[in-house]
Design a protein around this ligand. Structure first.
Ligand code: MTE
Ligand code: HPA
Ligand code: MOS
Length: 752
């Protein structure tokens, strides 16, 4: 089945926030945000701006009736700065005017005197000065202190990854409409409608029951709208509450890039020990996460870094510690992989370093340390592993041996171009790491004409979750998909939702939908049994026809629904699903946090131009564990998109803040993302079907985030190509590998 949105997307008919027809009297927002990364606000002068054309009101924190507090995990972030600004882009005042242009031009007329305070942008410096968001955490298995003595080879190093701009095509935005009795309806481009509802209620000083958040779809979120869509929704709601008119705000691209957080940059240290058979005996890593100026989701992201710090390898002795460091950058946030990629890069760097020193290929070390079923992660969960199966299939079906040979020959024959190959196996845990978040609800109505309307907590952001939920309902009712509609995500219909995140949206909301549909089906079978003088166990509904003991009857789905309706049978169901069997004890840092894991192995081949430092990602081949894919097109799309986004993070996307905390890569002219030309010539994704019973929806494993981590393979393939040119180069692990860095590395000093 195709994505149900594909036709309306193609025709430009799909509705995004900015496509909503505006109501008469709608006002528009702009933000006056901090031009300096850390300072006391000495004097805020709004007088000229207030007289600017079209301005209705300028709001500061003094206009907030509830709490000036938008923190999600920790209450440490003001909506509008009071006395101090902590990052460039921190909102100070909200300008509301008759047009966006007038609001933005008034924002430029605001004058503010600041008294500069010291600026920290480096996480290690923040850590040394004791500026931490939360106390450090350590995950540990075995005993590394004792294990070093068992190691034949020990290597140490440092590995850094940079941030990443989400660059969802649809920028952040919201539209708030005041209703009677102080209630407000908010249309928001958010992954977390309940987060918007909860925090707007807090800031406005009203109950959650007075706030209706409605989301049709997003033009991409990638984690950037899990938490950080809330700010803009509250801005609109705050103005709507005061002015009693609809208020809209769509950020332009520069505002969005400047004011929102990104993927967390990390700086990390590692130490790895292997025995003579290349088994990894011990591993230590210390992660310095650059959280930015407030917690946002950083503690949860940091936690996932620790969960994934040993990637897909069984390491009997591992000690990994993470620090969430407070700096004067915009608070960094969720981004596809949620800290996992940052953790996995470091163990891959450690393996690459060991391989280079031992004069072998990294895949020899990778292969002999893959987890097998029953092995334990450093957080205590025993794995049901597809790691070896995916690896072996990839190596055989993609003919690794032959590829290595071709590349070695090419490198022997060519001086000015070099090729590199790298394998990147992945393992990603599915479930929110916070156990309590793993729940969802669905509301299913069968209307008297036999059509079906479904509401869940799932937000469609391009990942195809609505299609998957529709497939679930269509399968259970055995109903034509045209008779089913997935409705907008709305907090009045579905309450207390977790954000659509952690790749778990279809698993959680799909299961709730499945449960609601199954309950309705049971009820309908009883009605059918009464109509046909039999028992409900003998009834089946197939393709909208009622069957008794495999024999088709004259009764159609429509007739059955009408009969049920006339008998006053309840044709609506609301179901709740909470993932079973998961738990985690953070006092011991042990448990079984994930419903299951997703595996896969990718093979990357690249060519670099050794004069220019430019390169091509030639071929990417992936054996990806889908369980039993319920939608091949969508799952393939998620793999392809994730891989290219991962390549972007690892190669060309370079977020640059200067020493003063100012974003220099602040536009599409200075921040390069993959385009169609950067997509590898070959991007082959094969599905490894794993037969195991798991908690995935219809055994179709979550696919949203895992593929991004394949992109790490691009980094190490480039590194291998460089080493083919300059075998003794002393190369740092410092992603992204931009052409500039590749050029410098090609001619880097050699080790003595
Ligand atoms: N795919 C598209 N097209 N757009 C997106 O914003 N977000 C990714 C991934 N794939 C995203 C996407 C992220 S960060 C997550 S967590 C998952 O989709 C969320 O959706 P899921 O839980 O349904 O997989
Ligand atoms: N993944 C993604 N988003 C989240 C998580 C997680 O584990 N926890 C909280 N938000
Ligand atoms: Mo995805 S980073 O969990 O929104």
């Amino acid at each position: 089945m195709k994505n149900i949105d594909s036709i309306s997307h193609l025709q430009g008919k799909s509705i995004y926030l900015d496509d909503l027809p505006t109501m008469q009297g709608t006002l528009y927002c702009a933000i006056y945000d901090a031009p300096i990364a850390h300072a006391k606000i000495k004097n805020l002068d709004l007088s000229i701006a207030e007289k600017s054309e079209g301005v209705v009101k300028i709001f500061t924190y003094k206009d907030i009736k509830g709490a000036n507090q938008i923190g999600g995990i920790i209450l440490d972030e003001q909506l509008l700065a009071e006395d101090v600004v902590d990052f460039c882009g921190m909102p100070i005042a909200l300008i509301v005017a008759n047009t966006s242009e007038n609001a933005r031009s008034a924002a430029k007329k605001i004058k503010c005197e600041f008294e500069a305070l010291p600026i920290i942008t480096d996480p290690r410096e923040a850590m040394q000065k004791g500026k931490l968001i939360i106390p450090p955490r350590t995950f540990k298995i075995g005993n590394t202190d004792d294990a070093w003595t068992l190691c034949e080879h020990i290597f140490e190093g440092k590995a850094d990854t940079n941030g990443q701009e989400h660059l969802y095509i649809e920028t952040q935005g919201a539209y708030a409409i005041p209703l009677e009795n102080e209630s407000i309806r908010i249309y928001s481009s958010t992954q977390g409608p309940t987060a918007v509802q909860r925090i707007t209620a807090r800031v406005l000083g009203i109950g959650m029951h007075q706030i209706e958040v409605d989301v049709t779809r997003l033009g991409g979120g990638f984690g950037g709208k899990e938490d950080q869509a809330t700010t803009w929704a509250i801005m609109c709601a705050l103005a709507a509450q005061h002015l009693k008119v609809p208020v809209k705000f769509s950020l332009d691209r520069l505002e969005d890039m400047r004011m929102t957080g990104k993927r967390h940059p990390y700086s990390s240290d590692f130490k790895i020990g292997l025995d003579k058979n290349l088994k990894i005996i011990a591993y230590e890593a210390t992660f310095y996460q650059n959280a930015g100026a407030a917690a946002d989701l950083s503690p949860a992201v940091m936690e996932r870094t620790l969960f994934h710090s040993t990637n897909t390898y069984f390491i009997p002795n591992a000690t990994c510690t993470a620090y969430s460091c407070k700096t004067n950058l915009p608070p960094n946030t969720a981004f596809r992989g949620f800290g996992g990629p940052q953790g996995m890069f470091v163990i891959e760097a450690a393996i690459a370093k060991a391989a280079a020193a031992l004069g072998i290929d990294a895949y020899e070390i990778q292969q002999c340390n893959l987890m097998k079923t029953g092995d334990e992660f450093l957080y205590g969960q025993k794995v049901e592993s597809e790691a070896i199966a995916c690896w072996e299939k990839a190596v055989v079906q993609f003919e690794l041996k032959k590829r290595v040979e071709i590349i070695n020959n090419f490198n022997k024959e060519n001086q000015l171009f070099k090729k590199g190959i790298a394998l990147m196996p992945i393992c990603f845990g599915i479930s929110f790491t916070k156990t309590l978040m793993n729940n969802a609800r669905a509301l299913v109505h069968i209307y008297s004409d036999g059509t079906v309307g479904i509401s869940t907590g799932a937000v469609e952001m391009g990942q195809g979750v609505n299609t998957k939920i529709l497939q679930v309902a269509a399968k259970i009712f055995s109903l034509n998909t045209h008779k089913i509609k997935i409705n907008s995500t709305n907090t009045y219909r579905i309450a207390n939702t977790s954000p659509s995140a952690a790749s778990a949206t279809a698993d959680l909301n799909g299961r709730a939908t499945q449960m609601a549909c199954e309950q309705l089906l049971e009820r309908l079978k009883i009605v059918a049994a009464e109509m046909l003088n039999t028992v409900s166990e003998k009834i089946e509904i197939i393709n909208e026809k009622i069957f008794v003991e495999n024999k088709e009857t004259e009764i159609t789905w429509e007739q059955l629904i009408l009969a049920a309706f006339l008998k006053r049978i309840n044709l609506s169901e609301h179901a709740h699903y909470a993932t079973p069997d998961i738990h985690f004890d953070s006092s011991k840092e042990k448990g079984h946090p994930f419903a299951y894991h997703v595996f896969g192995t990718s093979i990357f081949e690249v060519t670099i131009d050794c004069i220019r430092g430019t390169y091509r990602i030639d071929d990417v081949r992936v054996m990806h564990d889908v369980g039993k894919s319920m939608n091949h097109l969508i799952d393939r799309g998620q793999c392809e998109g994730g891989i290219v986004q991962g390549i972007g993070w690892m190669t060309m996307e370079e977020v640059i803040y200067d020493k003063n905390g100012k974003l220099r890569s602040n536009a599409l002219s200075t921040y390069k993302v993959p385009d169609i030309y950067s997509v590898p010539k070959v991007l082959d994704v094969l599905f490894h079907e794993s037969p195991t019973k798991n908690l995935a929806i219809l055994n179709s494993k979550a696919v949203g985030e895992p593929p991004i981590m394949y992109g790490i393979g691009a980094y190490f393939a480039l590194r291998n190509a460089i080493l083919a040119f300059n075998p003794k180069a002393d190369l740092a692990f410092d992603a992204p590998f931009t052409p500039e860095k590749v050029l410098l590395a090609l001619y880097a000093k050699t080790k003595v």
